[in-house]
Design a protein around this ligand. Sequence first.
Ligand SMILES: [Zn+2]
Length: 221
Amino acid sequence: MSRAPYASFNLAAHIGDAPAAVEANRRRLARATGLGPDRLVWMEQVHGAEVATVEDPRPEPVPGTDGLVTGAVGLVLVVLVADCVPVLLADPAAGVVAAVHAGRVGAAAGVVPRAVEAMAAIGATPAGTDALLGPAVCGECYEVPEQMRAEAEARLPGSATTTRRGTPGVDLRAGLASQLAALGVARVVADPRCTAEDPELFSHRRDGVTGRQAGVVWIEP
Ligand SMILES: [Zn+2]
């Protein structure tokens, strides 16, 4: 329902899109899950490493957090992105899921290990956990200064790349896949799509003012 520059399935409020359009898009997302809009839990994402465990619906976004964990059935965890990596985690046997916002800063701060720890606190195990890394800006597009690449590589080994232009770059999904493997998460799948290259996806890096897509995870009732 959103119009340019948020066209058309923008799910983020507070980035300048018409509230009625965002609300209609969110209702559509809720319908796709088969659950009511009140079952969707949102985060006020701040590129940090805070992770919140939630067991009940929230009328407002969880403040200042970049990871949500739940063991509650039918509670839909939502992460908003437009180049950062949406990381979805699930331990089906334990009945624990997580949605994580992992951009360069949050990933370096350790938001993904924090989420894996929070999942373990309510019964999940890394060996029993599946991870999906959603669409994000790819290592051939994500150009950064040399020092930033070195810092990313130090905090998130495996993330240093060279871009298509031959300049220093960062591949967050490669770094996160290595990190998850090191944590003992055996099954890691990455959606290969690059937000900056795929016109079907929002990319902050490509377009500046734009919308946000969502990664969602929930336990089926
Ligand atoms: Zn790319």
